[in-house]
Ligand binder design. Structure first.
Ligand code: SAM
Ligand code: SF4
Length: 318
């Protein structure tokens, strides 16, 4: 079992397979990303798999593939199959913008993928274009429909921003309710790469929804970063509230970048690389580095403070 320096059980690994992306979401990336990791520095899927095996053997029970945009990386389905064959009961999920999902959903499902979280910030094509800085909505909706058709469990992620998509939130909620998807509104996390005037707080989001629907706060579910709320008819939606004081109290997550840096917290810069150890097939050393990073996992993020994270979400997988 993996326990961090604050006694929290860590059983969830988020794996960024690429930092590249076909969108330029204004909350995530500068219009011109300042650097791409050269291809030769990326961990191969074989090397990533070696590390994931170390994690699973030590107690990782959930793996999420993310990025950047993970569907841009060739061979993702083969990678998923490697992981799924090794640990068939693992909770294996993907976070994607869904632009390339229509053509890949069936292959991913057949390879062993169980769930997808999809970014969808507006159902208005003009607003979606403004956010992603590209005409994305028609293809994203087709990707979502295909994922549903092939039987992948779907959650929708939406980052509400003041005067950008705040008037789309109820429509988004209703779309997801009708389709049977859970929607999670994510409070905008300030970072030095984003071009956002203001994100909405959880209180702002709740106030907007309450204008049309009554709802009750649910219990926080296990280690989920999302606080659940229930409409009167039982439909559940979530809000991810990283600015709240107790957000990190049961954090169970660890991240690895496409280059092999292990990151203990989305907010922080501290990271150690497992790349050399894995490439040298030194599993013991990789396991030692994993434990060291866990010991240094900070107790809390600093999104409630005045500081601004330098960590780019497209590098770490959000
Ligand atoms: N490209 C994929 C996608 O967009 O779903 C996966 C990577 S993306 C970095 C993962 C998640 O991080 C997305 O749901 C996105 O909305 C969220 N995200 C990115 N930047 C964020 C920010 N500054 N604040 C809150 N959420 C953010
Ligand atoms: Fe790309 Fe996802 Fe970041 Fe948008 S949120 S720019 S889709 S990595």
């Amino acid at each position: 079992m993996l326990i961090d320096g604050h006694g929290r059980k860590v059983n969830y690994l988020r794996v960024s397979v690429t930092e590249r992306c076909n969108f330029r979401c204004q909350y995530c990336m500068p219009e011109k990303p300042f650097s791409w990791v050269p291809k030769e520095k990326l961990l191969s899927f074989e090397d990533m798999f070696e590390f994931i095996k170390v994690g699973i053997d030590e107690g990782i029970e959930k793996v999420r593939l993310t990025g950047g945009e993970p569907l841009l990386r060739q061979g993702l389905d083969t990678f998923i199959k490697m992981i799924s064959d090794y640990a068939p009961t693992l909770d294996l999920a993907l976070t994607t913008n869904a632009f390339l999902l229509e053509e890949s959903a069936q292959r991913l499902k057949d390879a062993g993928l169980k769930r997808v979280n999809i970014s969808l910030d507006s159902l208005d094509a003009v607003v979606a274009h403004q956010i992603a800085q590209k005409d994305v909505l028609p293809k994203v909706l087709k990707g979502i429909a295909k994922a549903d058709e092939v039987g992948l469990k779907i959650k929708i992620n939406c980052v509400p921003m003041k005067d950008v998509n705040d008037d789309s939130l109820v429509e988004m909620l209703e779309f997801c309710k009708e389709k049977g998807y859970e929607i999670r509104f994510i409070e905008f996390m300030e970072n030095s790469h984003a071009n956002v005037k203001a994100g909405l707080t959880s209180a702002d989001i709740q106030a907007i929804i309450r204008k049309k629907y009554d709802f009750k706060k649910g219990e926080r579910e296990g280690n989920s970063p999302s606080q659940s709320y229930f409409l009167d008819d039982g439909y559940k939606f979530g809000i991810i509230e990283p600015h709240l004081d107790d957000f990190c109290s049961d954090c169970n997550r660890l991240r690895i970048t496409a280059e092999g840096f292990l990151i203990p917290c989305l907010y922080f810069e501290d990271a150690l690389s497992i790349a050399d150890a894995i490439k040298a097939k030194d599993i013991k050393e990789a396991s030692n580095i994993l434990k060291k990073v866990l010991q240094n996992k900070p107790e809390k993020n600093k999104w409630g403070s005045e500081d601004n994270s330098d960590r780019a979400f497209y590098e770490t997988g959000g």
